[in-house]
Ligand binder design. Structure first.
Ligand SMILES: NC(=O)c1ccc[n+]([C@@H]2O[C@H](COP(=O)([O-])OP(=O)(O)OC[C@H]3O[C@@H](n4cnc5c(N)ncnc54)[C@H](O)[C@@H]3O)[C@@H](O)[C@H]2O)c1
Ligand SMILES: O=C(O)[C@H](O)COP(=O)(O)O
Length: 598
């Protein structure tokens, strides 16, 4: 079992609270509730709880990061700024690091994750593009990848506009000519932008800012983006068009899509052939979206009149690169994000994201894990804890030897189905199901991957309840099918191990085991006993535990009918000894019992 996870998943409840009696409306159960346990909702420490918070984590910064970001990191971590590491040096260092912060110049390969020996928990990309990080490997290794997606948007858009205008007026070439002692006024006659059509390819953050600015220059702006909403484009006076239409009708094309398998070399011999003769191209996205050899051919053939490029397939491009040296190409060394303001912003954005992730908070800028908006997260916090604990309980009820393969999770809620994002809950149930029976560390990043790898099939279903949708969930039920249980009473009428829980006053409770209703707060550990319902049972078990100074935090009895079979759930703060557990088992009326660690 991954002990580090369970250690840091502690919630900050008080121990040894004064007990107070609270009567329950249900006839079939009563409970003893520590008053102090009803106060604070559990802290959410879900994603990266492997980071050892007792020792300061170590953050490796492998490329120049703005000072404000470094200062922020230093308040929480040991910061190792080692720039220009070779791939081998990076692999060596990484085993000593909990987090790595990179820009576009560091390749975070599978080897990096393998070399980290499981210690690397977060990769922070101080910028937008994450094409230099092997996301599949990061996910497999349970390493969260976060980026800083907003702080350099304006800088990149401004650089796009700078390249567009500089290209149109031959600024770079004319400057070099003047510096070379020439005065070539006729050679550097440019083209005007006003009234020309600009196609923005990729209408995301940077693309839309470029569009806005280009409209200010009097250009007719169209955009191609298969995923952009038309109303967002319309709102700034931009028409979304097909890829082919963008190519065929534009005087200028500005690229702003990410580099993905779908966009790699999207500008190639075939697509250049579809463009208007004399088109001008700007690229501040990624070099790999253009087939650079094809661009050289298109320039030489006069299809492309000019290109202005900030990014290249290989950076820095090899010496003597034909494209860079082409007379009608303006080149900058990946400067899109390089303004003082953007670098400060990016540094702070990524430092906050990495520190937050190391503390176990959910990252709003997670790239390989669901991004859960802060308000949703606040609401879901206690349910997240409930989900993991139900998973832990359910799997511990399985009799040894019977493999867990089929799990059904049912969420009962008065919310509309699309108003409840269950990915986080599913991940935590998976964590709860897998960690107690393996050495795998499961988090939000690798939960689905790990489940799949272990052949664990988790299906989810929703029960829509009438009533107020004020709370996101009424209950969560976890059922494990096709297994035997070491506590037969946990098997429901339909033959599965079944546990169900709810959140009460912000605290997760176990409310059903098999067909028995119970009510026990999910903290510490739990003893479940099945007995013939009769007076004195609570006293007998309570005094066995009391003799050993085991603090009982919660007790509840669920029964079919008075004096028939009942299940008693006892919450304990401390682990009872084997002898005490045996004595409980020896109580005559107790037919079976199980001790479950949460
Ligand atoms: N040169 C630099 O220094 C610099 C700085 C910032 C960003 N960038 C790069 O700019 C690009 C855009 O960044 P962003 O912050 O605007 O990202 P973003 O995610 O906000 O926008 C990208 C847009 O591209 C769209 N897209 C995806 N596939 C597409 C396709 N096949 N065709 C057309 N559009 C497609 C997406 O729908 C999205 O709207 C990224 O490649 C990023 O790495 C470069
Ligand atoms: O994707 C990005 O954010 C830009 O390409 C910036 O990259 P950089 O951080 O290496 O300047």
């Amino acid at each position: 079992m991954a002990t580090s996870a369970s250690q840091t998943l502690r919630s900050p409840f008080l121990r040894n609270p004064a007990l107070s009696l609270s009567s329950k409306p249900s006839l079939s159960a009563f409970s003893v509730t520590p008053a102090s346990r009803r106060r604070a909702p559990p802290r959410l420490v879900v994603v990266l709880s492997a980071a050892n918070l007792d020792a300061k984590p170590t953050v490796l910064v492998s490329e120049k990061l703005g000072e404000p970001g470094i200062n922020l990191l230093k308040q929480f971590a040991n910061v190792d700024c080692s720039y220009n590491l070779s791939p081998e040096e990076l692999c060596t260092k990484i085993s000593l690091c909990d987090a790595l912060i990179v820009r576009s110049g560091t390749k975070v390969t599978r080897e990096v994750f393998e070399s980290s020996g499981g210690r690397l928990k977060v990769v922070g990309r101080a910028g937008v593009g994450i094409d230099n990080v092997d996301l599949a490997a990061a996910t497999e290794f349970g390493c969260l990848v976060v980026n800083a997606p907003t702080a350099n948007t304006v800088a990149a858009a401004e650089h796009g506009i700078a390249l567009l205008t500089a290209m149109a007026r031959n600024v770079a070439q004319a400057d070099a000519s003047v510096k070379a002692g020439k005065w070539e006024r006729n050679k550097y006659v440019g083209v005007s932008l006003v009234g020309k059509t600009l196609a923005v390819m990729g209408f995301g953050k940077v693309g839309s800012e470029v569009a806005r600015r280009a409209k200010g220059l009097g250009m007719h702006v169209i955009a191609h983006d298969p995923y952009a909403p038309a109303d967002r484009a319309r709102a700034i006076g931009v028409e979304l068009v097909s890829f082919d239409e963008a190519l065929a009708t534009s005087d200028f094309i500005s690229l702003h899509m990410p580099l993905t398998p779908a966009t790699a070399k999207v500008l190639n011999d075939d697509t250049f052939a579809k463009m208007k003769k004399g088109v001008r191209i700007v690229n501040v996205a990624r070099g790999g979206v253009i087939d650079e050899d094809a661009l050289v051919r298109a320039l030489d053939a006069g299809i492309v009149a000019q290109a202005a490029l900030d990014v290249f397939t290989v950076e820095p491009p090899p010496q003597g690169n034909k494209l860079v040296l082409h007379e009608r190409v303006t080149a900058t060394p990946h400067l899109g994000a390089s303004t003082m303001e953007a670098q400060e912003g990016v540094a702070v954005e990524i430092a906050e994201a990495v520190v937050g992730a190391l503390k176990g908070e959910l990252a709003a800028t997670a790239v390989n894990a669901p991004m859960v908006p802060a308000e949703v997260l606040t609401e879901l916090k206690p349910y997240v804890v409930l989900a993991e604990k139900l998973g832990r309980l359910a799997v511990q009820l399985v009799a040894g030897g019977s493999g867990v393969k089929t799990v059904k999770v049912s969420y009962a809620s008065a919310r509309a189905p699309d108003d409840l994002d269950t990915r986080l809950l599913r991940a935590m149930i998976t964590k709860g199901l897998i960690e107690p029976i393996s050495s795998v560390f499961v988090n939000l990043v690798n939960a689905d991957f790990t489940a799949k790898q272990r052949g664990l099939r988790i299906t989810e279903e929703r029960t829509i309840l009438d009533g107020s949708p004020e709370n996101p969930l009424d209950s969560i039920q976890v059922q494990i099918a096709n297994v035997e249980s070491k506590f037969a009473s946990a098997i429901s009428e339909s033959g599965e191990i079944k546990v169900e829980g709810r959140v009460k006053d912000g605290v997760p409770h176990l409310t059903k085991v098999g067909s028995f209703e119970v009510d026990v707060s999910l903290e510490g550990s739990i003893i479940l006993c099945r007995q013939v319902d009769q007076p004195g049972m609570i006293g007998q078990v309570g005094s066995i535990l009391g003799e050993e100074n085991v603090n009982v935090s919660f007790m509840s009895v669920g029964r079919i009918a008075p004096r028939k079979q009942a299940v008693m759930a006892i919450g304990v703060d401390d682990q009872p000894s084997k002898q005490s557990l045996k004595r409980i088992g020896d109580v005559q009326a107790i037919e079976e019992f199980v001790f479950l660690k949460l």
